[in-house]
Design a binder for this molecule. Structure first.
Ligand SMILES: [Fe+2]
Length: 424
């Protein structure tokens, strides 16, 4: 008996030691982590039409959800809107990913009152999201703030998440989040898209996104299969590039997405026409591949030859790009020369992947090994720009003043801190 008790105690002690010394549970598989259910997830607010009177909402469920709806109402101080909300059926499309079959649902709210708060939730009548709140854009020129992110791309949930959250905490009233391409690393990997949605979480449900595709959103010449089901965007660019080449006019600013992966010459012609009839005081372009590169051996002379004369001709105010995994910001440039009245070019990176910087004379400010977000504020004839690091440190800043003839004057506000460079 004594011998039996001794053995029993030893076995119990061994089991306890095994548990306590942290023999881990096996890693949860991507398929389990990113499995769609009847409960809505990957909910994202975008625009596909006028930001003052419409809003588009897209989300994901398991394929069992076949009657998806959005409920929306003008926001109130209390929760009485729950009883009066309008129910709108959503459009559904299936998406077979490398992990699962999912359904993506989308709906566009129309007839909204400009510059007003609204609430919405998505679901199927049984399973509902939270009620999310957003504000429609003002109908004409009005102060506008937005946040611009370069490539997120790698370790998105682990290491990009803090950058999008830092951006939000700095500019919680931002009207949109602009992503300059390479949101993910592997075009059709559902796990990475899941990470991207999870990293921004409810921020994406409250502030519209304005994404342009990078080379990593492409497999060869084919756009990834997630993009169109998961983002409801305008199709007002080239008819062959719906939801990747598009533009929106918001509060006196024309914001244009060029898809720098394909049909560059055709988009150049389209851009020239679009900007020939532009009633907005300010014009911002975004595309992925910079035409002034910050990284060694990545000069895009061909793209620059195609697009820069059009940018110069129409006095585009800013060009926001990514791709080079470093930071570089120009002064006012026309062609390759610096003079008042030209365009500001920015290359930035928000994720953790970093390249070597190749310092060039056009760079008024540059960085290596620095995750950044940029807050851009436009108010009347003044544009203010701030680039901040992942921990919120002001790294770069300037102000543009627009004269009556549309020419900008630049005032540098670069903080007196050293350039972040890689230790040699
Ligand atoms: Fe890229």
């Amino acid at each position: 008996m004594r011998r039996f008790l001794a053995i029993s105690f030893t076995v119990i002690a061994l089991i306890a030691t095994y548990r306590l010394t942290g023999q881990p549970d096996p890693k949860v598989s991507p398929a389990a982590l990113h499995r769609p259910t009847a409960n809505p997830d990957r909910i994202i607010l975008t625009w596909s039409a006028d930001p003052a009177t419409t809003a588009s909402i897209t989300w994901r469920t398991a394929p069992s959800v076949t009657k998806p709806v959005v409920q929306f109402a003008p926001a109130e101080d209390g929760a009485a809107f729950v009883k009066t909300a309008t129910t709108l059926p959503a459009h559904s499309e299936p998406l077979q990913t490398d992990l699962h079959l999912a359904h993506y649902h989308s709906a566009t709210l129309t007839g909204l009152v400009p510059n007003s708060p609204y609430v919405y939730r998505v679901g199927d009548g049984f399973n509902w999201s939270d009620w999310n709140q957003f504000r429609t854009a003002a109908a004409g020129p009005a102060p506008l703030e937005f946040i611009y992110f370069g490539d997120a791309q790698n370790d998105i949930y682990s290491l990009w998440s803090r950058v999008v959250r830092a951006g939000f905490s700095d500019a919680p009233k931002a009207r949109f989040l602009l992503h300059a391409g390479d949101l993910i690393n592997t075009a059709n990997k559902d796990e990475q898209w899941g990470e991207w949605h999870n990293a921004a979480g409810w921020i994406n449900r409250s502030i519209p996104s304005f994404p342009t595709p990078g080379n990593h959103e492409y497999g060869g010449k084919i756009l990834n299969t997630h993009w169109r089901p998961q983002f409801t965007l305008p199709s007002n660019g080239l008819p062959s590039l719906p939801e990747t080449n598009y533009y929106l006019d918001i509060q006196g600013v024309r914001v244009v997405s060029l898809n720098s992966n394909v049909l560059q010459a055709e988009q150049g012609k389209w851009l020239d026409q679009l900007l020939s009839a532009n009633p907005n005081r300010w014009t911002i372009l975004t595309f992925h591949h910079p035409i002034l590169s910050t990284a060694a051996g990545r000069d895009n002379a061909e793209l620059r030859a195609m697009w820069q004369p059009i940018i110069d001709k129409h006095k585009v105010d800013m060009v926001l790009t990514g791709h080079d995994h470093t930071y570089g910001r120009s002064n006012l440039q026309t062609g390759l020369s610096t003079k008042q009245g030209g365009t500001i070019y920015v290359v930035s990176v928000s994720g953790p992947k970093m390249y070597n910087l190749e310092k060039a004379p056009w760079m008024a400010r540059a960085a290596e090994d620095t995750q950044l977000y940029q807050v851009i504020n436009i108010d009347g004839d003044k544009l203010t720009y701030q680039a901040r690091t992942a921990r919120g440190t002001l790294y770069d800043a300037f102000e543009l003043r627009k004269s009556k003839n549309g020419t900008n004057r630049l005032t540098s506000q670069v903080p007196k801190i050293p350039e972040n460079r890689r230790a040699k």
